[in-house]
Design a protein around this ligand. Structure first.
Ligand code: DAT
Ligand code: MG
Length: 138
């Protein structure tokens, strides 16, 4: 799975109509899309996904937000995919993200920052498995 990562176009960006623009930026960035679907996750599913952050003060707001509307989940392929996708996303806080990154362009705040990306190959495999069945990956 070393050339795969997992990404989400979060509910804020989908709501604002940025899905198409973000997917175009992903393709322009040289990623191959191996899995893609629009889903609306429950609070419980968001809590499971962000389990490692359960003790953080922002956990409740984060899981409420992630279950607040549809999002787009993606399995993305590129050499060094995890780092390449995090580089394209930019810093967690859009105010600190570099110019030209997705979070700079589409993120509104540290909590509602437009996109998610895995932080390691190991977590990419876990996160892809959380949202996609084998049949949904090409
Ligand atoms: P990243 O999404 O860049 O990997 P993270 O794993 O530290 O960042 O946090 C996961 C998400 O939690 C992040 O995308 C938005 C939210 N979050 C992180 N820090 C926050 C904070 N200080 N206040 C509110 N939400 C925060
Ligand atoms: Mg993270």
């Amino acid at each position: 799975m070393t050339n795969l990562t997992f990404g989400i176009i979060k509910p804020d960006a989908v709501r604002a109509g940025h899905t198409g623009s973000i997917i175009q930026r992903i393709l322009d960035g040289g990623f191959k899309i191996r899995g893609l679907k629009l889903i609306h996750i429950t609070r419980r599913e968001a809590e499971g996904f962000y389990e490692v952050h359960r003790e953080r003060p922002f956990f409740s707001g984060l899981t409420e937000f992630m279950s607040s509307g549809p999002c787009v989940v993606m399995a993305l392929e590129k050499e060094g995919a995890v780092k390449a996708w995090r580089d394209l996303m930019g810093a967690t806080d859009p105010a600190k993200a570099d110019a030209g990154t997705l979070r700079k362009e589409f993120g509104g705040s540290v909590g509602e920052n437009a996109v998610h990306g895995s932080d390691s190959d190991e977590n990419a495999a876990i996160e892809i498995g959380y949202f996609f069945s084998r049949l949904e990956l090409v």
